[in-house]
Design a protein around this ligand. Sequence first.
Ligand code: ARG
Length: 233
Amino acid sequence: MATNAAFPPYESTDGNGNYSGIDVEIATKIAEKLGLKLVVDDMDFSSVITSVQGGKEDIAMAGLTVTDERKKNVDFTDSYATGVQSIIVKEDSDIKSADDLSKASAIGCQEGTTGYIYCSASEDDGGYGDKAIGYANGAQAVQALMQGKVDAVVIDNNPAKEYVKANEGLKILDTPYVQEDYAIGVNKKNPGLRDAVNKALNELISDGTVQQILDKYINTDADSEAVSSSSAQ
Ligand code: ARG
């Protein structure tokens, strides 16, 4: 499994080769069903798809959003979770809503992610061009925010909550971006594996295992509170 293990609650590492998170637990169950052993390969997010495409790993699982562009490079299973991009700012920031993002002089993103793609688009396409700065992972982008090197970080909503919990003085703003579907990427040359992984995944969805894993890591009550306290659509 190719991943970038700096993306809690989906994947994180203790630095000693131990991995945890939603994706790691789901992948472990899938491997069990297929009589395989899960091996995690941690890398920069921007290498996850190319690495699977090149056949180095069998699957990509990284809170990975299904996009048409990515479908050209890997096959996807059915979706097992959803996310949406959100904005992290300092509590006393002038940036009070998504509209204010244009005031930022620099916006931190994880390189190669959908958040980076949206933010680095030209202004005509609703982005912020060169103001979008790509970091190798979300943790580094949030460090840059803490150090004042960027004025905001655009990242998936559940990781955003984890980073805000772990770093004092930060808060989350909603964005108007569309909901994204997370799925497992599989090498296009291995449709047999894709079908086997998809079948195992769907069994784990049907018997409630995936929901149990999601519930273990994501507090849905707090989620809906956080969403309803904002006016963004
Ligand atoms: N969902 C976003 C995307 O697919 C971000 C994923 C980042 N994942 C990670 N493990 N760092 O572009």
